[in-house]
Every structure is written in structure tokens, then in C-alpha cells.
Design a protein around this ligand. Structure first.
Ligand SMILES: CC(C)(COP(=O)(O)OP(=O)(O)OC[C@H]1O[C@@H](n2cnc3c(N)ncnc32)[C@H](O)[C@@H]1OP(=O)(O)O)[C@@H](O)C(=O)NCCC(=O)NCCS
Length: 175
């Protein structure tokens, strides 16, 4: 069974076993959330959003239409997602440029992710980074615009073991 706090506003959506949804969370019609997720207070999830299993969504995050988050991803507090590269009030794109977070990736607090990018498996986005390009798997990126500073071994995710160091040119992969 999932847990939905009585102060959350959850529309007709699919919420997996063991997922916890805390105070002042808003989930719109059609959203799909996997099992054992933790959806912290004051987050908003639009309807065309798919979240995998064991995902952590910290407070202050809004997931807009087109967002896809795979299993075991960590989204830090106040991470900003986007889905429209040239926004204008009351004008809507034909389709939204959603962001994809691949499995086991982590996004540090207050990072900003530009429309349409993909964050690779096990990648680590530093706090406050502005991510303008796709981030390769296992990369650690920091800064504005975000650049790769190292790659981490997936088994030693927290220790950030260095397995490769790029040269000091533009190391962000543009694919
Ligand atoms: C990106 C991060 C994982 C790097 O950790 P690390 O590998 O231990 O990095 P270091 O502290 O050794 O720093 C390496 C260099 O990157 C810089 N750096 C580290 N994090 C940075 C960041 N978020 N933004 C800009 N520069 C950063 C450091 O200043 C240092 O630069 P220097 O070599 O010129 O001195 C970490 O700093 C970070 O931002 N973690 C996210 C924390 C967070 O938001 N948690 C949310 C849940 S509470």
C-alpha cells in the first residue's frame, strides 16, 4: 500500500506500493509513480510524468509534462526542471521538451536542468549547476554551464572514486 498524507492533493494517478507522498504535494491526473518512492512535502508532479521505483524527490521540486525519472534516482531540494526552450506566456509548444533522468543518477540541490536534456546513469550533478547539455553516465558535473570534473565508479557512488579525468577543455558531451 502507498501512503498519501491527508494534506496532499493527488488526482487520478498511478502510485506504486510503498511510495510515500507528504504534505502539500500536488500530483495531476495521469502521473505514474513507481514503488517505494519518497515524494517530499511541497512538490508538484504534472500529468505526463513517469517516475520509476525507489526515487527520492526532495522538497521544492516541480516535475513538468514530459519528465521521465528512472529507478533509484535522487532529486535534491529545489532542483529546477524545465520543458520549454523559448517560453512565452500563453503560448505553448507543440510538444514539451521533457528531461530524462536515468537510473541511479543524483541531482544536487538547486541545480537547473534545461529542456530536453538527459542525465546519464549514476551521474552526479553538483549543487547549483546549470545543466545545458546531456550528461554522460557516471560523470560528475558542476558549475554554470555545467562541466564534467570527473567520472565515478558506480559501486563507490558516494566516495566519488576517480576513474577518469578529462582534459580541461569543454568536457561536456554534446550528444
Ligand atoms: C559535485 C559534488 C558531488 C562534488 O563533490 P567532490 O567530488 O567531493 O568535489 P570536491 O569538494 O573535491 O570539489 C572539487 C572541485 O569542484 C568544485 N565544486 C564542488 N562542488 C561544486 C559545486 N556544486 N559547484 C561548483 N563547484 C563545485 C570545488 O570547489 C572544487 O574546485 P577546486 O578543485 O577548484 O577547488 C558536490 O560538491 C556536490 O555539489 N554535491 C551535491 C550536494 C547536494 O546538493 N546534496 C543534496 C542533498 S542534501
Amino acid at each position: 500500500m502507498s501512503f498519501i498524507h491527508p494534506l496532499a492533493d493527488v488526482a487520478d494517478s498511478s502510485i506504486g506500493e510503498g511510495t510515500r507522498v507528504w504534505q502539500f504535494v500536488v500530483i495531476l491526473n495521469g502521473a505514474k509513480l513507481g514503488k517505494d518512492c519518497n515524494i517530499c512535502a511541497q512538490t508538484l508532479i504534472e500529468g505526463d510524468v513517469i517516475i520509476g521505483d525507489r526515487v527520492t524527490l526532495k522538497s521544492g521540486v516541480q516535475l513538468w509534462d514530459g519528465t521521465r525519472i528512472e529507478d533509484d534516482a535522487f532529486i535534491g531540494p529545489n532542483v529546477t526542471f524545465t520543458n520549454d526552450p523559448y517560453p512565452r506566456s500563453k503560448e505553448y509548444p507543440e510538444s514539451f521538451s521533457g528531461i530524462t533522468i536515468k537510473r541511479n543518477a543524483s541531482i544536487g540541490a538547486n541545480a537547473t536542468l534545461l529542456p530536453g536534456i538527459t542525465i546519464g546513469e549514476y551521474a552526479m550533478v553538483g549543487a547549483g549547476a546549470v545543466v545545458t547539455r546531456n550528461v554522460p553516465a557516471h560523470a560528475v558535473v558542476v558549475g554554470n554551464p555545467a562541466k564534467v570534473i570527473r567520472f565515478i565508479n558506480k559501486e563507490i557512488n558516494k566516495a566519488c572514486q576517480v576513474i577518469e579525468i578529462q582534459n580541461d577543455k569543454d568536457t561536456t558531451r554534446h550528444d
